[in-house]
Design a protein around this ligand. Structure first.
Ligand code: PLP
Length: 383
């Protein structure tokens, strides 16, 4: 069933007067983002499902031509295979249960895996009985970049360990490949160049020719006071650095954007439950859709909506609290909002498509689960 659809967010509010949080999807923006990656990136574009697994988001990306999905769990693999039987899943988590590996192959025909340790390779060989032409990528640690999250603290083989792992992957009959992730919301194209040079060193020290090079996700988006370079600068850095290294033959290039593909594809509409002086209490917060304001320090654009009424343009700083009883349920910092803001007003929060509904808990019984489609352009940070 397709989602209820409105021309503008203001019309949605006028009609529903929602006292619950509403995700306002922008399917055209999602398609535009997907096409930008497909047109700009000179290789295979995988969407990282964990970033926003909502089926209506996946549908928009699929419609735009995305056919490859980076999946981290059996549930994500099932979600993709059951809804898009023609799409490919790549099991990109370096630590998998044996039963998940077997089911990925036997039930869902997955044939791309990632490892960062020889014991994980043993598990895959045990579970699926050797490479048999399937693909196994070795995830390699890369240096810290200017990113909101470092994704090399938990996973990755070192440059010293990776060549031997790669050799063994090939000996077990897999097509060998390398993968890395420079960190999420990475603002520096140079971080991709530095990582690719490291992959060059790994290949030099190994005995194999890699068939796949996966440059991961991390492509940044605009937040308040955070205006990173455009996608093209990252792709230029990747392609020019690839010319410096010796891959010893044909190699499929892959990327796995999450945030860069979907952040602008949804906003979140919340309602003000109470105003007390310079504190505002809203119906979503850091235990629900807005956790990244705390964990990654992202600052999301906001606008106050009071249907058919003027909201003053005189801004003052407010503390914004989420709905739970926990005092840490607060969006960090002071946020500039119209001084006249009051109970019953709505706030549209933009750039809320990445790691929002995907991260929401059921803490205190508050659940955000309403999605609508909106035609108007997304709410972006003002420059
Ligand atoms: C999280 C993740 C991604 C997506 O990262 P973004 O920063 O959202 O682009 C891609 N690949 C892997 C392996 C990941 O863990």
């Amino acid at each position: 069933m397709s989602l209820k659809h409105f021309a503008t967010v203001e019309q949605m509010i006028a009609e529903l007067a929602p006292g619950y949080p509403v995700y306002c999807l922008r399917p055209k923006e999602l398609e535009r983002n997907a096409k930008l990656f497909l047109d700009t990136f000179p290789g295979r574009v995988l969407y990282a499902v964990k970033c926003n697994p909502e089926l209506n988001v996946l549908n928009a990306l699929y419609k735009a031509g995305i056919r490859h999905f980076d999946t981290a769990s059996l549930n994500e693999i099932a979600l993709i295979r059951e809804n898009f039987p023609l799409a490919d899943c790549y099991f990109m988590h370096p630590v998998k249960s044996r039963s998940a590996i077997s089911a990925a192959k036997d039930v869902y025909s997955v044939d791309h895996f990632v490892i960062d340790h020889e014991d994980e390779l043993d598990k895959i060989v045990d579970a699926i009985g050797g490479g048999d032409g399937k693909v196994c990528l070795v995830r390699v640690i890369t240096p810290p970049a200017n990113a909101a999250y470092n994704l090399s603290q938990k996973f990755g083989a070192t440059v010293e360990e990776a060549p031997a792992l790669l050799n063994r992957v090939a000996r077990e009959g897999f097509q060998p490949g390398l993968a890395f992730h420079v960190g999420s919301q990475c603002r520096s194209p140079e971080a991709f160049s530095a990582a690719i040079r490291i992959m060059g060193q790994v290949v030099d020290k190994s005995d194999v020719h890699i068939h796949y090079l996966d440059v991961g996700g991390g492509f940044p988006v605009e937040y308040v006071d955070d205006a990173p370079p455009p996608l093209k600068d990252f792709v230029d850095a990747i392609t020019s650095t690839l010319r410096e290294i010796n891959l010893r033959g044909d190699c499929v290039l892959m990327c796995e954007p999450g945030r860069g593909m979907v952040a602008s594809g949804s906003s979140l509409v919340v309602q003000v439950m109470l105003r007390k002086d310079s504190s505002v209490y809203i119906n979503d917060g850091v235990y629900h859709s807005l956790s990244e304001t705390l964990t990654a320090g992202v600052r999301l654009p906001m606008r106050v909506i009071r249907p058919c009424k003027q909201v003053s343009s005189d801004l003052t700083p407010f503390a914004i609290f989420g709905p739970t009883c926990d005092s840490t349920d607060r969006i960090p910092g002071e946020i500039m909002l119209p001084s006249c803001i009051r109970e019953g007003d709505w706030i549209e929060i933009g750039q809320a498509g990445a790691y929002s509904n995907a991260m929401t808990s059921r803490f205190n019984g508050f659940i955000a689960e309403t999605f609508v489609n909106i035609d108007e352009a997304p709410l972006m940070p003002t420059k």
